[in-house]
Design a protein around this ligand. Structure first.
Ligand SMILES: Nc1nc2c(ncn2[C@@H]2O[C@H](COP(=O)(O)OP(=O)(O)OP(=O)(O)O)[C@@H](O)[C@H]2O)c(=O)[nH]1
Length: 690
């Protein structure tokens, strides 16, 4: 089957923005103008296409990134929705991993806000080329120039204004395209057909001045153009676009556009810009992976249909209509319906079931998804977020998506026994969709503990549990999710599990070593046994025993993390050995190892940024110090404000919002993001462990 669109005409993009900048409205307008939505929804009425989950509508927050396919001027655009709330940075990260370019939406009244800074830095980390959209130009106090200035100053980016707004606030009518020097107006209510016209006389001088400035800056990206420029020769629009496209893809520049999504102004030129400046899958470097059997062998795959297939699963969704959907991006080759593939992350073969492509208003069955494209598959039971799917004959393991560890927990208790079963099922399903949400059972208290990235994150999960799965439950107070780890290596733990109770016995014997790992590595298991001292079939049970034992540590039952476990040897019995026996042996060996490895308690440390009026700086610093903060830096911000960056233990952040508000008469604001786990100081440890 031939591809519908050549690879160069595909764009995988995400709309990146912090909460309330207008991401949902912009996405919705894009879907409308690309012709797939039948009516314009409105966030405020709660009818948008991408926000299909009930409480998303109620809260007006986009939580789940859905991938939607649209078409614009002969190009295919896959829109990957990204959430804006800081609690969901894992969602942002997983989308950033599979998209090739982004539209960053700013509120033109607010400019760059602390949370836009966070998502911008994440996009930097993944090298995602970006264009910017200054939205809400119709609002009182909107300023295109100020927004650009804040992009330059606060983000340290190289913004290039591509337009000038015509009219401002309520009279915002259109834009001037500075490359083609045309005015673009939107006259009808829905802004369906932009009208191109000459630049108004009173703006000509300003437009010429702005154009001259950007032409020089764009020409600087290319030697040939700068020579032309210095010789006073005319540089064509095509030449400028091509030079700017290269600079955007190399992350050297960010073109900035403006408009009002709500008033349907400025969206079509933004779509043109997606095509003109954001990369296609062929413009980005080939994907890299490793040989699943040998992490030292690097394998590269080009984005071509003729290469062996490899794809990354970036999202699992329990779709209320069709069932468990796994969204994937194909990096090379084709994913074909009915084919057996290898899930190299889990060393398991799976058959590709129905493949669907999502449009705004429908889903369509397709027989294959080609390199560079995004689709969703039904029926993969053992595949999870971050897994690699590949050709069985050409195994490759792509780097998995790393998720931060959940930092906050609450206890949930079902109200009735009927709720008990429903709750277990609901939590299992929700945890499957969301890798930053964890469920565990605390044997000591008999409580079910759920953990996530922040209070809002857990609120939403509890809300879904009650609403979608109709579970009645009591919810406890949020608590910090501590971790346990070892602080010194344990070269050998020798554990033999033998039970002889008449008939068939139990025999499992393992020798393992434990080593502390850097923070953020979780539990790593390596099998170094040779010559079949333990038959291969028992190895997965050993790994499972270790992972299960790691769920509750030896100090206070918190999960154990950042430990490398190496299986060095052991022995087996022809008759008495079983998966069960090896699992038990491994689990006891691990617990003994942790005991001997000088275990320590770890606590989540948050990266906090506080924006505070100069006059209150002293008080706020005092409060932070009392909360065990490590101040990292301070910078002046416009409007007599100071930005304070600090690392603060999460345990100390409860109640901070109220304290900050009262110290600053409500003017101070802060954002908080998980940074790392660190050992708890002795004095605090005594308090926690008693
Ligand atoms: N005046 C004005 N309001 C806008 C514009 N675009 C969006 N809004 C409003 O701003 C609010 C937030 O818009 P959303 O589209 O929900 O923003 P979002 O970034 O998707 O926010 P979350 O989904 O909550 O992350 C809504 O009340 C919109 O109606 C605009 O161009 N002008």
């Amino acid at each position: 089957m031939p591809r519908n669109f050549p690879l160069e005409k595909c764009r995988n993009i995400g709309i990146i923005a912090h909460i309330d900048a207008g991401k949902t409205t912009t996405t919705e307008r894009i879907l409308f103008y690309t012709g797939r939505t039948y009516r314009l929804g409105s966030v405020d009425e709660g009818t948008t296409v991408t926000d299909w989950m009930e409480q998303e509508r109620e809260r007006g927050i986009t939580i789940v990134s859905a991938a939607v396919t649209a078409e614009w001027k002969g190009y295919q655009i896959n829109l990957i929705d990204t959430p804006g709330h800081i609690d969901f940075t894992a969602e942002v990260q997983r989308s950033l991993r599979v998209l090739d370019g982004g539209i960053v939406v700013f509120d033109a009244v607010q400019g760059v806000e602390p949370q836009s800074e966070t998502v911008w830095r994440q996009a930097d980390r993944y090298n995602v080329p970006r264009i910017c959209f200054a939205n809400k130009m119709d609002r009182v106090g909107a300023s295109f120039e100020r927004t650009i200035e804040s992009i330059r100053q606060r983000l340290g980016a190289n913004p290039i204004p591509m337009q000038l707004p015509i009219g401002s606030e309520a009279s915002f009518r259109g834009v001037i395209d500075l490359l083609t020097m045309q005015a673009i107006y939107w006259e009808d209510e829905l802004g369906r057909e932009p009208v191109y016209a000459p630049i108004p006389d009173d703006m000509r001088a300003q437009a010429e001045e702005w154009r001259a400035a950007i032409v020089e800056r764009i020409a600087e990206f290319e030697d040939e153009l700068i020579i032309k420029y210095l010789d006073g020769e005319e540089i064509s629009v095509e030449e400028l676009k091509s030079a700017l496209r290269k600079a955007v893809i190399a992350n050297k520049a960010t073109p900035v556009f403006c408009g009002s999504a709500l008033r349907n102004r400025g969206i079509q030129p933004l779509l043109d810009a997606v095509i003109d400046y954001l990369p296609s899958p062929v413009d980005i470097p080939p994907v890299k992976g490793t040989d699943p059997d040998n992490p030292d062998v690097i394998i590269e795959r080009r984005p071509s249909d003729d290469e062996p297939m490899c794809a990354l699963v970036f999202k699992i969704v329990a779709d209320p209509y069709v069932g468990r959907l796994a969204y994937f991006r194909v990096y090379s080759g084709k994913v074909t319906q009915g084919e057996m593939v290898l899930n190299s992350s889990r060393r398991r073969k799976e058959r590709i079931g129905r493949i669907v492509r999502m449009y705004a208003d429908r889903r369509e069955d397709v027989s294959e998804i080609c390199a560079g494209d995004i689709g969703a598959v039904l029926g993969l039971k053992e595949t999870f977020t971050g897994d690699t799917l590949c050709d069985i004959r050409h195994p490759i393991l792509l780097e998995s998506i790393t998720f931060p560890e959940p930092v906050i927990s609450v206890a949930v208790e079902p109200k009735t026994t009927a709720d008990q079963d429903r709750m277990a099922e609901a939590l299992r399903r929700l945890a499957e969709e969301d890798p930053t949400f964890k469920v565990r059972f605390d044997e000591n208290t008999g409580q079910t503990i759920i953990s996530g990235m922040g209070e809002l994150h857990l609120d939403i999960i509890v809300d879904r549990m009650m609403r979608e799965f109709r579970v009645q439950a009591n919810v406890g107070r949020p608590r910090v999710s501590y971790r346990e780890t070892i602080s010194r290596p344990v070269p050998e733990v020798n554990y033999r599990y033998v039970k002889q109770t008449g008939g068939r016995g139990q025999y499992g014997h393992v020798i393992i070593s434990l080593e502390p790992l850097e923070r953020g590595n979780g539990i790593k298991f390596i099998d170094k046994t040779v010559g079949g001292v333990i038959p291969k079939e028992y190895i997965p049970a050993i790994e499972k025993g270790i992972l299960e034992a790691a769920e509750a540590g030896v100090l206070a039952g918190y999960p154990v993390t950042d430990v490398q476990v190496t299986l060095l040897g052991g022995s087996y019995h022809e008759v008495d050995s079983s998966d069960m026996a090896f699992k038990v042996a491994a689990s006891f060996a691990f617990k003994e190892g942790v005991q001997r490895g000088a275990p320590v308690l770890l606590e989540p440390i948050m990266k906090v940024e506080v924006l505070v009026p100069e006059v209150n700086l002293g008080d706020v610093l005092g409060q932070l110090n009392a909360r065990r903060a490590e101040i990292q830096g301070m910078e002046p911000r416009p409007g007599g404000m100071q930005a304070v960056r600090a690392l603060v233990p999460l345990a100390e952040m409860f109640g901070y919002a109220t304290e900050l508000r009262s110290a600053t008469q409500g003017r101070g604001i802060y954002t908080m993001e998980f940074d790392h786990y660190a050992p708890v100081p002795e004095s605090v440890r005594v308090k926690i462990l008693g």
